[in-house]
Design a protein. Structure first.
Length: 342
C-alpha cells in the first residue's frame, strides 16, 4: 500500500505519474496522433490534471502575498518570457534576417506573446479569428493561465469567504463564456474556473482520497467513479481549454476534469504498488513537464523535417515526435536540474 498522501516529505510517485500522463497526452494531441478512446478520454484530463496537482501541493504559508506572487512569477512567467523571446529571435533570424528583410519584426506574433491566447475569440465566432501564437509557442498560454490561477487562488485562500469567492469566480467565468465569444488575455476569463480544479486538488489532499480509494473496501467506489467519468465524458464531448471550448457544459466538464484527474492519480497509485520501476520512469517525465511543455513544438519542427528528408513513414515520425521529444527534453531538464545553482 502506498504511503499516505499527507506525507509530502518525498515526492509522490502517483502525483508525478499523473503529470507525466498529462504531458504525454499533450504530445499525442500536438503530434496529431489519433488513438481512439485513448485520445478522447486522455483529452478529458490532460489540462485539468495540472491544476488539480497544483492544488494538491498548494500550502498557504505564513508569508506576504507579494512574496508568494513573486515566487510563482519566477517559476512560471520567467520561462514564459524567456522561451517566447528565444522563439521570436529564432524565427526573426530564420524568416526575416536571413531572407534579407531584417525590418520585418512580425508584430502580430509579438501581439500574440503579449496576449497569451491562441486566438482572440471562441471557435463559434463567425468573424475573423486569426491564430495569435504563431511561433510554435501555442502551448505557452498555460504558463500565464497557471500563474494567474495561483495568484487568484492564493488571494482567496487568505480570505474567510474563500468558498464564496471561489463560487463567485466560477459564476463570473460562466457568465463571461456564455455571454460573449471574446477570450481575454492571459486566460483572465477562465482563471476563476481553473481555480476550481485547484480547490479539488486541495480537497483531494485534505481528505486523502487516494489512500481512501486504494483500500480494498472502497475499490467499488473507484469503479463507480470510472463509470461516472466515462458517462460524463461522452455526454460533455471534446474540449479545448486554450480556446475556451468546454464541450456541452462548463459545470459538467468540471466533473469530467476532476474525476479524470483523480482516476489517473489512482491508476498511478496502483502501478506504484505493483510496477514501481515504471512509476519511477514516469516520475522523471513528470518532474520535467515545464521544459517539455515549452519546447516540444519547437523540437517537433526538427523531427518532422528530419523524418521528411529520410522518407520515414508517418507513423514512425509521430512516434518520434512523442517519445523522442519526451526523452530529449526530459534528459535536458534533468541535466539542467543537476547543474543549476541551489
Amino acid at each position: 500500500m502506498p504511503a499516505s498522501s499527507k506525507n509530502l516529505s518525498k515526492r509522490l510517485g502517483w502525483l508525478d505519474f499523473g503529470k507525466a500522463a498529462g504531458i504525454l497526452m499533450v504530445l499525442l494531441v500536438h503530434a496529431e496522433c489519433s488513438l481512439g478512446p485513448v485520445s478522447f478520454f486522455g483529452g478529458m484530463f490532460y489540462m485539468p490534471v495540472f491544476f488539480v496537482a497544483a492544488g494538491f501541493t498548494y500550502r498557504r504559508k505564513d508569508e506576504p502575498f507579494t512574496a508568494f506572487v513573486k515566487k510563482k512569477a519566477v517559476r512560471l512567467l520567467l520561462p514564459y518570457w524567456g522561451v517566447s523571446a528565444f522563439l521570436w529571435v529564432f524565427f526573426w533570424i530564420k524568416d526575416s534576417l536571413l531572407a534579407g528583410n531584417p525590418s520585418d519584426l512580425n508584430l502580430p506574433s509579438v501581439f500574440g506573446i503579449l496576449y497569451s491566447r491562441n486566438q482572440m475569440y471562441q471557435p463559434s465566432y463567425t468573424g475573423e479569428n486569426p491564430v495569435l501564437m504563431t511561433l510554435l509557442n501555442a502551448p505557452l498560454w498555460f504558463l500565464t493561465a497557471m500563474f494567474l490561477t495561483y495568484v487568484w487562488y492564493g488571494w482567496i485562500s487568505r480570505r474567510k469567504q474563500k468558498y464564496a469567492l471561489l463560487s463567485a469566480g466560477l459564476a463570473a467565468s460562466a457568465v463571461w463564456h456564455y455571454s460573449t465569444e471574446l477570450l481575454l488575455p492571459w486566460s483572465l476569463d477562465a482563471v476563476p474556473y481553473f481555480a476550481c480544479f485547484m480547490a479539488a486538488g486541495e480537497w483531494l489532499h485534505r481528505k486523502d482520497r487516494i489512500l481512501y480509494l486504494m483500500e480494498k473496501r472502497n475499490r467499488i467506489k473507484g469503479a463507480e467513479l470510472l463509470l461516472c467519468f466515462v458517462a460524463a465524458a461522452y455526454l460533455n464531448g471534446s474540449v479545448n481549454l486554450s480556446i475556451g471550448e468546454y464541450g456541452f457544459s462548463m459545470l459538467l466538464y468540471l466533473t469530467v476534469g476532476i474525476s479524470g484527474s483523480l482516476l489517473v492519480f489512482l491508476a498511478g497509485a496502483y502501478l506504484e504498488h505493483i510496477w514501481n520501476p515504471f512509476i519511477r520512469l514516469m516520475g522523471v517525465i513528470g518532474r520535467q513537464t515545464l521544459p517539455i511543455l515549452c519546447f516540444h513544438m519547437f523540437l517537433f519542427m526538427f523531427i518532422r523535417t528530419g523524418g521528411s528528408l529520410l522518407g520515414l513513414p508517418g507513423g514512425i515520425v509521430k512516434a518520434l515526435l512523442v517519445l523522442g521529444s519526451a526523452a530529449v527534453l526530459t534528459a535536458a531538464g534533468e541535466a539542467w536540474r543537476k547543474i543549476r545553482p541551489a
